[in-house]
Design a protein around this ligand. Structure first.
Ligand SMILES: CCCCCCCC(=O)SCCNC(=O)CCNC(=O)[C@H](O)C(C)(C)COP(=O)(O)OP(=O)(O)OC[C@H]1O[C@@H](n2cnc3c(N)ncnc32)[C@H](O)[C@@H]1OP(=O)(O)O
Length: 214
């Protein structure tokens, strides 16, 4: 017995009384997250001297302390948009307020396809000049999960199988798309892929989602 469903229901109930963020707050937090993404890349690529790095370290620590004066108990949510899906503002893949999210903006199309056009920056590099395989897996998991949700059969990822056909370059336009292939009871199966700028498939994925009962 996993108890995943019950655990998630408890968390959702605890969050139910928390007011979602308004648009103005989402916008300014999203801008802050974007500045932090730029900071992340600057940290990795900086060539300034040690004294300057130490000075910036102290300034960043002071900024972190300012933000931490008031801390939420749970990651924030935003009002449901038209279509009824609550926006996952803090998703590590698509969350606009999460600085570790690239972020990948995933849309669901009328035919049930989940699709994103995106670029991955150099700090997500695995092999030289190519995207880390775990990052591709994370993006495909989210695309597959969105497709399962759009199908009206959301669930937890139970299996995720990946086939890395060719390396995925970073810093260039990429497409990720996925769609449900079939649904049986609590299980939903979906396929997805990442396409490089030349339209060739770089990664393929197949997943099974299970709606937890307990
Ligand atoms: C829009 C948002 C998009 C978000 C996308 C991101 C999604 C995620 O990251 S989810 C996080 C990663 N996944 C997890 O943490 C899941 C952890 N696992 C679990 O919680 C549970 O094992 C869970 C929910 C998958 C299944 O648990 P439970 O509800 O008890 O199912 P259970 O009764 O054991 O099995 C149901 C059916 O699925 C099958 N099944 C379950 N797990 C597996 C598996 N890993 N492989 C194959 N079959 C499985 C069972 O055999 C059973 O089949 P049948 O009905 O024919 O007997």
């Amino acid at each position: 017995m996993t108890g995943a469903g019950a655990a998630m229901r408890r968390v959702l109930e605890a969050r139910a009384g928390v007011a979602p963020l308004g648009e103005a707050e989402v916008d300014v937090l999203a801008e802050l997250a974007e500045r932090v993404r730029e900071l992340n890349e600057a940290v990795v690529f900086t060539g300034v001297d040690v004294d300057e790095i130490a000075a910036v370290r102290d300034e960043v620590a002071a900024l972190t302390a300012r933000l931490s004066v008031v801390r939420r108990e749970h990651p924030p949510l935003a009002e449901a948009r038209i279509g009824g899906m609550t926006r996952q503002l803090a998703s590590p893949v698509s969350g606009v307020v999460n600085p570790i999210a690239p972020p990948v903006h995933i849309q669901t199309l009328p035919d049930g396809t989940a699709r994103a056009e995106f670029q991955i920056g150099p700090i997500y590099e695995g092999p030289p000049s190519f995207v880390h395989g775990g990052v591709s897996a994370m993006i495909l998991d989210q695309v597959l999960g969105m497709a399962a949700s759009a199908n009206g059969t959301p669930g937890m990822t139970a299996t995720l199988e990946l086939r890395y056909r060719r390396p995925t370059p970073h810093g260039v336009p990429l497409v990720a798309e996925g769609k449900v292939t079939r649904s049986e009871g609590r299980r939903t199966f979906a396929d997805a892929r990442i396409l490089g700028p030349d339209g060739q498939v770089t990664v393929e994925a197949t997943a099974m989602f299970v709606m937890p009962m307990r």
